[in-house]
Design a protein around this ligand. Structure first.
Ligand code: K7E
Ligand code: CUA
Length: 667
């Protein structure tokens, strides 16, 4: 695969031409100095063996010191379980947000609150220490990003997380026993009324057991769609107002919500309508083969507005694990669920910015199939169906829903929109991005990417108003792109300029901290995080923590039997108290408050051997509990280099063995 055209002639570009075109030759301060500057730039270009495309790309992605990026991109971290935040176009990583996996730098999963949250979302009673984050979705108001929240799913454990963009931290993780893997989440409706999560691998409902044979698979195994109700004022999902819909045991894949013309509806693609379940050692084909027989699978079309009403009507739902579940039969009868045949084991469904069309990416088919919502709706209204699936779900004929098909190439996976009439589809097998016209459904240009591209991200693509300046290709393989760092290679996130007539590659970002699947990007000025916490804020609840210690004179140690509460303050460069003496076997609650209100004056609180580490941003209160079964002397210290006397910001935890003399009485 040829990575990049090096032909200067074909581009008609020269170095000077690029520099001049961009107005960046620094001639303005007088011909003599200018000439020198020009020579210096030319020398760098020569020394570093750059061609005009390189120079142009460098100039377009470079952010001078102190200048923030105009866009923020939120990338899922795959099986790192986290979310990665970077700037566009510089591709500089700004933060890795702890979500499904503990993250010590942020103290995430180490304080009592986040530890409890991770534990509560773990089904087996033992805290899960990883997740598989796939699809971040930014909250929307009236079909556009509002910069308030980010949601993300954990495919491995069917969890959904809510991240507040006030402080870029995880605030809630929910899980339903109805499913135990999810992939078609998270996707929000245009006012973030609901967060959609659909299962991937069918299982018996409610975490029960059923043997794996065809009859049992057909009768007992089910897919699920959950519509999590989001309470924006609380910033939390409200499980009691959420509902689920039972689905046939097909493998539901990705989802997208309708908007404008298709508001109130949502769409989920699927594969394995063959209902294959593997069994390669039992004489059956492996799943990849069994699930790839049919020419068509089913696009699931949901009327979520209707479903929300039905979920409130007695007798039309049953409660499972505290959630209203609409049975498949009811969903089919009440006009909540319809199927449209879609070729062939597709991957990804994307609704156009005007809400009129639904693009299904063929995967095993070379097309993006474009369905018309108006046609789907007309068929539904006329009750014009070509039949029903074995579970009674009405099927709209392919031709009755079809707007047209765009012949794209090999392995179409995901489509994004630039808001100017073009769609961009990733071609996994070809390792290319295809730009095509939504009007003519014809490919206008392809650009090679390195390599095996999955999702694409155009800022605002899934809103009513995409910004459409950049495209990020999230590539799975990077083979020859970077210095070899061993058999586990970084992912390659490629920044492509799509603002002009032709696409051109600007930057390759090696990502060695996770495997992004999907990403969403937002204009930076729409995100308005806090710079510090209000004094005594609990970072999980965003309320004043009841154990906050807002000033040093309130710092204290309280003992109640064998329970010790340490109300500690931190300020440059000491902790108060700095000596904590307890007895072996005591339960010790540390309530730590950083009483600073200066931006970036972050402290830490680390206790070695007891697995404690907190990140204490200005104004934050965090609580951590340890049972001190091991006697000895344990230094604790500030883990964030906060000041010249940071190393002195330390203290001692003394755990007295039963019967020993105390430090105080020996003094
Ligand atoms: Cu295509 Cu999980 Cu959206 Cu990976 S998924 S690429
Ligand atoms: Cu406080 Cu280092």
């Amino acid at each position: 695969m040829k990575a990049k055209g090096k032909s200067l002639a074909s581009k008609g570009l020269t170095i000077a031409g690029v520099l001049l075109a961009m107005g960046l030759l620094i001639w303005s301060c007088g011909p003599r100095e200018g000439a020198q500057e020009g020579t210096a730039v030319q020398q760098i270009i020569k020394q570093r063996n750059l061609d005009p495309d390189d120079v142009k790309a460098a100039l377009e992605t470079y952010m001078p010191p102190g200048r923030p990026d105009p866009y923020l991109i939120f990338m899922s971290g795959g099986h790192s379980g986290q979310v990665i935040v970077a700037g566009l176009p510089s591709m500089r990583i700004l933060k890795v947000i702890g979500v499904f996996t503990p993250e010590p730098w942020q103290g995430y999963g180490f304080d009592d609150d986040t530890k409890a949250m991770l534990k509560a979302s773990s089904p087996q009673g033992e805290t899960l220490t990883w997740g598989d984050s796939h699809h971040p979705n930014l909250s929307q108001t009236n079909g556009d990003y509002d910069g308030q929240f980010l949601f993300i799913n954990d495919k491995a454990n069917a969890r959904v997380a809510v991240i507040s963009l006030k402080d870029f931290t995880t605030h809630q993780i929910v899980r339903s026993e109805l499913m135990n893997s999810d992939h078609g989440g998270t996707f929000v409706t245009p006012n973030t009324e609901y967060i959609i999560e659909t299962s991937q691998y069918p299982v018996p409902i409610g975490g029960t057991y059923a043997p794996l044979n065809q009859k049992s698979f057909d009768d007992k195994y089910r897919g699920i769609a959950v519509f999590w109700k989001f309470d924006r004022t609380k910033g939390l999902i409200d499980k009691s107002q959420s509902f689920a819909i039972e689905l046939p045991p097909y493998m539901q894949d990705l989802s997208d919500a309708g908007k404008l013309a298709s508001y109130g509806w949502s769409f989920t693609n699927s594969f394995d309508t063959e209902r294959a379940y593997g069994g390669d050692m039992e004489g059956k084909p492996p799943l990849e083969q069994g699930a790839s027989q049919n020419e068509y699978d089913y696009l699931h079309v949901f009327n979520w507005k209707k479903a929300a009403e039905v979920a409130q009507q007695d007798g039309k739902y049953r409660m499972v694990d505290g959630m209203r579940l609409i049975p498949l039969k009811v969903a089919a009868e009440e006009g909540i669920l319809y199927f449209v045949p879609e070729p062939k084991s597709p991957h990804g469904v994307d609704v156009t910015p005007d809400g009129k069309y639904i693009c299904v990416n063929g995967k095993l088919d070379t097309h993006v199939t474009v369905f018309s919502f108006a046609k789907i709706k007309a068929a539904i209204d006329a009750k014009k169906f070509e039949g029903r699936d074995p579970y009674g779900v009405p099927i709209i004929a392919f031709k009755d829903a079809l707007h047209g098909q765009a012949e794209i190439g090999l392995g179409p996976l995901h489509t994004q929109f630039d808001g100017r009439g073009y769609a961009y589809t990733s071609l996994f097998i070809e390792s290319k991005v295809a730009k095509w016209s939504l009007e003519t459904l014809k490919v206008v240009e392809k650009i090679p990417v390195q390599y095996n591209v999955g999702h694409l991200c155009i800022p605002g693509s899934n809103t009513e108003h995409p910004w459409g300046q950049y495209l990020v290709a999230l590539d799975k393989w990077s083979i020859d792109r970077f210095k070899n760092v061993g058999p586990l290679l970084p992912q390659d996130e490629q920044l492509i300029d799509i603002s002009g007539e032709h696409m051109h590659l600007l930057y390759n970002m090696p990502l060695g901290v996770g495997e992004p699947h999907y990403a969403q990007a937002i204009r930076s000025d729409l995100v308005k995080p806090w710079s510090i916490y209000k004094m005594g804020t609990n970072a999980l609840t965003h309320e004043i923590d009841p154990n906050a210690t807002p000033s040093e004179d309130k710092a204290r140690i309280e003992r109640h039997g064998n329970v010790v509460d340490v109300y500690m303050t931190e300020v440059r460069s000491h902790m108060r108290p700095d000596i904590v003496e307890v007895n072996q076997g005591d339960t010790v609650h540390f309530h730590v408050t950083n009483i600073e209100q200066t931006q970036d004056a972050t402290h830490g609180f680390g206790v070695g051997e007891y697995d404690v580490n907190l990140s204490m941003e200005p104004g934050k209160t965090a609580n951590v509990t340890i049972v001190v079964n091991r006697p000895g002397v344990f230094p604790f210290y500030c883990t964030e280099f906060c000041s010249a006397l940071h190393l002195e910001m330390a203290g001692y935890l003394l755990v007295k063995p039963t019967g020993a003399t105390s430090t105080a009485s020996a003094r």
